[in-house]
Design a binder for this molecule. Structure first.
Ligand code: NCD
Length: 341
């Protein structure tokens, strides 16, 4: 187990995570991965503690993954479902959180379709002077730290199963393809992956690449003839064409087209999107021969990735991502529970 003393009570964003913190998470996750390979997949680390999963937005894998992670750590769990809750009677989100606090929650895992809700709840808990840890399980278009951390664990543990660490990604090329604009997964991944010394290449239609990057792009190097910009000091490259992003890539992260978050008609058609940006076997020929493909799920089969590729274990890490998710979330809950702050 890593020895770095954990000092974060809340995990809300990866923006200011240090390399040592990433490595602590990766190594703690590796220990829990080992626990999950045993016959008895449970440890008493959080016995007597309560984890409240407050998912104000729908979720399959993230919610189940947090619930299982908490149970494997022997914590008690309470799950909140907005449709059947007092929210529909007009209760505010902060009042809902305080209800769970009054029941003795030690940690709250929050998902909401508005950016900033987990931060607001964390702020309120700190204001009340209670030692409750808040974990952001996806807030609007902002961040989804545990997804990026499970992506990081999936790829680093593929390179070194025993000792996953961010240094393993130095010099690797990682392409993130698709609907970057609406993706909290991409935002968190940009923080974590650029912290590893990997080259990170974003590719997507101009309408789905955030304006923010255009601002970063002032001063960025623009190369003639290909729609590419490099953001200085960040090892981050932008492309409107997918080919230069895929060329020699070691890992390709595809993102779901998040139609529910689109407020305008940003694409001509799904068919055209697949033709220009879909990940197919043919396109993967541009990458390294042993390239691996990731997707956070849920997948629109045949849109962002071809259906047969998604199920091909030679290329697809999608089910490993789901498996890693439980161990990563055990590590996060464990570290928050042992926080020295
Ligand atoms: C992601 C999310 O909800 O942000 N999914 C997930 O957590 N597994 C990505 C998505 O919805 O496309």
């Amino acid at each position: 187990m890593a020895t770095t003393v954990w000092t974060r009570r809340h995990i809300l964003s990866l923006a200011d995570f240090t390399p040592a913190e990433y490595d602590t998470i990766l190594q703690t996750t590796a220990s829990f991965q080992e626990v999950l390979s045993r016959r008895t997949k449970k440890v008493p680390a959080l016995q007597g503690q309560m984890v409240a999963n407050l998912f104000f937005e729908s979720s399959t894998r993230t919610r189940s993954s947090f619930e299982l992670a908490a149970k494997r750590l022997s914590a008690d769990t309470l799950n909140f479902a907005p449709g059947t809750s007092s929210l529909s009677k007009g209760e505010t989100i902060l009042d809902t959180a305080k209800t769970y606090l009054a029941m003795g929650a030690d940690m709250m895992v929050i998902r909401h379709r508005e950016a900033g809700v987990p931060q607001a709840i964390a702020f309120e808990m700190d204001r009340l002077g209670v030692r409750v840890g808040v974990l952001n399980a996806g807030d609007g278009l902002h961040e989804h730290p545990s997804q990026a951390l499970l992506d990081l664990f999936t790829i680093t543990s593929l390179i070194d199963f025993e000792y996953p660490r961010i240094g393993l990604l130095a010099g690797k090329k990682i392409a993130i393809v698709g609907d970057i604009l609406h993706s909290r997964v991409a935002r968190s991944n940009i923080w974590s992956l650029t912290a590893t010394k990997a080259e990170v290449h974003l590719a997507g239609p101009p309408t789905l690449l955030p304006q923010l990057f255009a601002e970063w792009g002032t001063g960025a190097e623009k190369r003639e003839g290909s729609s590419i910009a490099q953001i200085p000091n960040r090892n981050l490259f932008l492309h409107w064409d997918i080919e230069p992003a895929l060329k020699d890539a070691d890992f390709v992260m595809t993102l779901r087209l998040q139609k529910e978050r689109m407020t305008a008609h940003l694409l001509p058609s799904l068919r055209e999107y697949h033709q220009r940006y879909g990940i197919t076997r043919d396109r993967l020929k541009l990458c390294q021969p042993d390239v691996k493909v990731l997707h956070p799920g849920p997948v629109n089969r045949g849109v962002e990735i071809s259906s047969d590729l998604m199920d091909d274990p030679q290329f697809s890490l999608i089910s490993q991502q789901v498996t890693s998710g439980v161990a990563v979330r055990m590590a996060l809950l464990y570290l928050m529970g042992s926080s020295k702050i």
